[in-house]
Design a protein around this ligand. Structure first.
Ligand code: SAM
Length: 280
């Protein structure tokens, strides 16, 4: 039977839900090892590995603030239920007008609950900030988005995180990947899922050749076991970095549909790759 993968409350483009089982099967990791995830995004990978001690980091401050709010109890599953029920009602009454009101409110106050609301009510569950750090994803046009069942689903996701935070010792930090890798303690395993070159859509998510090379150098000089998620090829292109920057790594691949656009015709099969610096 297929393994059940826990879906986190905040979603992000490029979320690795579909390859979590493949990642878990190929880790070089035991419960005494520190889990270091410099590009946490939705956190779906680490949350499903459920390590005892972990550092989850990202350059996006809103993701980090959301999880720190659950950790310090400012956000609880109970508060999430009340908030989404109330906001969902306003959305169903005022539709897009209300979505944009919350978006404006979030862009001035940065409340993590508003971030959750926007992430679930926006177009395609995207996270995208412009260069002025403003969340700018348009409305998803689903005024009845926050049905009772949907709210319960999100509340249960938050409950699951609350439990994981009780059972384990996890830190969430907003910082660049170079700092996260440099600070990794001796017995660490580093899982990296950087943005794909040329595919970024977000201010916090830019990536280029230079960063790819810096990431490789940081991982190599850390002397830690690591796994890197990247793409291998699609119908049109191969990822040239696999045979150059990452040529010293071992590789496994898996095909899945990578969502690059709203319409079906833009959904190209994308072969994902997992690279490691240990035998798999
Ligand atoms: C492909 S996503 C990670 C997806 C994640 N594995 C998941 O399944 O949800 C890449 C993440 O890296 C973050 N990021 C981009 N540049 C970064 C940097 N220089 N340092 C740390 N995080 C960065 C982005 O904000 C984004 O959340």
């Amino acid at each position: 039977m297929a393994e059940k993968v826990f879906i986190p409350p905040i979603k992000i483009q490029g979320i690795k839900t579909k390859i979590v089982p493949l990642i878990k099967e190929n880790l070089s990791f035991d419960q005494d090892t520190f889990w270091i995830e410099p590009f946490m995004g939705s956190g779906v990978v680490g949350f499903n590995v459920a390590p005892t001690v972990a550092v989850f980091a990202d350059l996006n401050p809103h993701i980090i603030s959301f999880y720190n709010s659950i950790k310090n109890g400012t956000i609880t599953s109970h508060i999430v239920r009340q908030f989404l029920e109330e906001q969902g009602k306003l959305l169903s009454e005022k539709d897009g007008e209300y979505y944009y009101e919350v978006r404006e409110r979030f862009n001035s106050k940065h409340d993590p609950l508003d971030f959750l609301f926007l992430n679930r009510a926006c177009f395609n569950g995207m996270i995208r900030f412009n260069k002025d750090h403003q969340f700018n994803v348009p409305y998803g046009h689903k005024p009845n988005r926050f049905s009772k069942a949907y709210v319960t689903k999100v509340v249960n996701q938050v409950k699951h995180i609350e439990q994981l935070l009780k059972d384990n010792s996890w830190t969430f930090v907003c910082q660049d990947f170079l700092d996260t890798i440099a600070q990794a303690p001796n017995r660490s395993f580093i899982y990296c899922d950087p943005p794909y070159i040329g595919r970024h859509v977000d201010y916090y998510d830019s990536w280029d050749d230079q960063k790819e090379a810096l990431l490789r150098d940081a991982l190599v000089s850390s002397n830690k076991s690591f796994m890197l998620s990247t793409w291998d090829h699609n119908d049109y292109r191969n990822n040239e970095y696999i045979n150059t920057t990452w040529s010293f790594c071992n590789k496994i691949t898996k095909e899945h549909f990578y969502h690059v656009g709203a319409s079906e015709k833009n959904r190209n099969p994308m072969v994902e790759a997992i690279l490691t610096n240990y035998d798999i």
